[in-house]
Ligand binder design. Sequence first.
Ligand SMILES: NC(=O)c1ccc[n+]([C@@H]2O[C@H](COP(=O)([O-])OP(=O)(O)OC[C@H]3O[C@@H](n4cnc5c(N)ncnc54)[C@H](O)[C@@H]3O)[C@@H](O)[C@H]2O)c1
Length: 369
Amino acid sequence: MKNTPATETLVLESHHVQEIIAQVGVDQVMDDLISRMYEDIRQYTPEAMQIPARSGFHYTLPHTGLIEWMPLYARGEEITIKLVGYHPGNPEIFHFPTILSSIYRFDTQSGHLMAIMDGVLPTALRTGAISGVATALMSHPESSTLGLIGCGAQSVTQIHAISRSMDIRTVLYYDTDEETCNSLNSRIAALNLDCTFVRASISEIVQNSDVICTATSIDIGQGPLFRDLLSRPHLHINAVGSDFPGKTEVPVELLRKSVVIPDFKAQAVVEGECQQLTAAEIGPEISALIKSPAKYKYIQERRSVFDSTGWALEDHIVMDLMISYAERLQIGRRLSIEYFPEDTKNPYEFYTQKTAKSSHMISTSNAIS
Ligand SMILES: NC(=O)c1ccc[n+]([C@@H]2O[C@H](COP(=O)([O-])OP(=O)(O)OC[C@H]3O[C@@H](n4cnc5c(N)ncnc54)[C@H](O)[C@@H]3O)[C@@H](O)[C@H]2O)c1
C-alpha cells in the first residue's frame, strides 16, 4: 500500500494572519521572524534550495504595474511560490495597498497544494525583518538616528524591525505625499516606540542619519531620490524600493563609496541598486554576512547599502513561521480544493456518479407512478 499524503489545503486568509499576530504579539512575531532569517539563511545552500530570479508580466495599461512569481524549491521536500503584484496607483485609485500578494506551498511528493496564505502583511513583515538583520550586521553600533525616505506600507515594518536591532532615538522622515507624512505617527502608534519623530527634507535625512531606509514608489527612470550629499562616514542604507529594471533610489556616486550587499545578486543586477554597478563594485550577498559576521564586521565602520530586492527565501521563511503558529494555535481553515477521484484515471467520475444517481431516481419515480 502506498503512503497516501494529505489531500486538504491549509488556508490562512488575511484575518487568520492578523489573528495569529494578535495572539502571538507583534514584537514577538518580528523577533521570531528575525531569528528565523538568521537561522535559515545561515543554513541555506544553493545545493539544498533552488531559487531562480523572479519573472513576471509588466504592463502600463490599464495602470502601471506588474505581477511576478517568486519560486523556491527545497529539494526533495516542497516548493513555495509567491505571486506578487506591484501597482503604485492602487492607494489612490482603488484604496488598495501598492503590494498585493499571496503565497503557495506545494508538496513535491505528489504536487499537492499544501497551503495558501495571504502575502500582503507577510511581505511587509519579511521585508522589514531582513532589513533588521542587515542593519544589525552592517550599521555602526552607536547608531541612533533613523531616516525614512518613503513613508508608505513598507516603512512601518522597516521601523518596527530596525527598532528590534537598533536603539532608535530619532526618526527623520520624508514622503512626497503630505497625507502619508501626516499619518505616519498613527500608523506606528501600536509599536510604542520610545523615540522622537521629526519631519525633514531628504538632504537633512541624508546628512544626519546613521541608518536610512528608502522605500518609495518612485517611477522607473526617475531615480535617484537624491544626488550624492554629505553623509556620515558609517551611513548604512536599506534600499528597499529599487526592485524593478530602471527603478533606482540611491545615487551611483554614493553606491560607489559604499560596500553594497545585495540580498540576491542575480536579481539585484537586473532590478536592484546593483543595476548601476559593475560586477567588481558589488559586495557579497547578505547570506555571506549572516554566515560569517566577524569577517564582515569592518562594514560597520564604512558606508554600506543593503540592496533589498526581495528574495524568495524570505517568503519561504515567513510562510514556515505562519504555518507553525497556525498549527500551534489551531488557526486557519482546511479546504478540499483539488479533485481526488477514487478512480484516478477518470476525471469524469463525479459526473458518471451523478448521472447514475439521477437516472436511478428517475427510474424509481417512474416505478411509483
Ligand atoms: N525589497 C523588497 O523586498 C520589497 C518588498 C515590498 C515592497 N518593496 C518596494 O518598496 C516600495 C514601497 O512599497 P510600499 O508597499 O511601501 O508602497 P506604498 O505605496 O505604500 O508607499 C510608497 C511611498 O513612496 C512615496 N514616494 C513616491 N515617490 C517618492 C519620492 N520621490 N520621494 C519620497 N517618497 C516618495 C509615496 O508617496 C508613497 O507614500 C515599492 O517600490 C515596492 O516595490 C520592496
